[in-house]
Design a protein around this ligand. Structure first.
Ligand SMILES: *[C@@H]1O[C@H](CO)[C@@H](O)[C@H](O)[C@H]1NC(C)=O
Length: 114
């Protein structure tokens, strides 16, 4: 009788045990989706060849944001998963340039959107 009770308890626990791997898979999928959003490090430079004085901005898994710069003539980008645009105006308006990959871009700009 005691043994039967133990077996019944095991059978009752079985569905819980089977559900666990699916949850783990979901968690993994969620984490990889978050990673797709990406991290980008943006460095703004006063020189036109990613030289001169600079300021660095790091954005991780961010939504849209816009920040103004002054007297910047080039931009260095590293990371992935984000779209980086430079704008002629200080408020992410005017003519824009879209950086498609990591690297240094020589462009005069008044603001950057990510
Ligand atoms: C950056 O490098 C370019 C090309 O070598 C040079 O003409 C310019 O004067 C430099 N700018 C600064 C701010 O160092």
């Amino acid at each position: 009788m005691q043994l039967i009770k133990k077996v019944l308890a095991l059978v009752a626990l079985l569905p819980l045990t089977l559900a666990a791997p699916a949850e783990a898979e979901l968690a993994t999928k969620f984490e990889s989706d978050v990673r797709i959003l990406g991290t980008v490090v943006i460095t703004t430079y006063s020189g036109n060849a990613c030289n001169g004085s600079n300021e660095q901005v790091t954005v991780t898994n961010g939504g849209y944001r816009c920040f103004p710069v002054s007297n910047k003539r080039s931009i260095g980008i590293s990371g992935s998963g984000c779209t980086v645009r430079t704008w002629s105006g200080g408020d992410c308006r005017g003519s824009s340039f879209t950086a498609t990959s990591s690297g240094c871009y020589s462009v005069l700009y008044g603001s950057v959107s990510i």
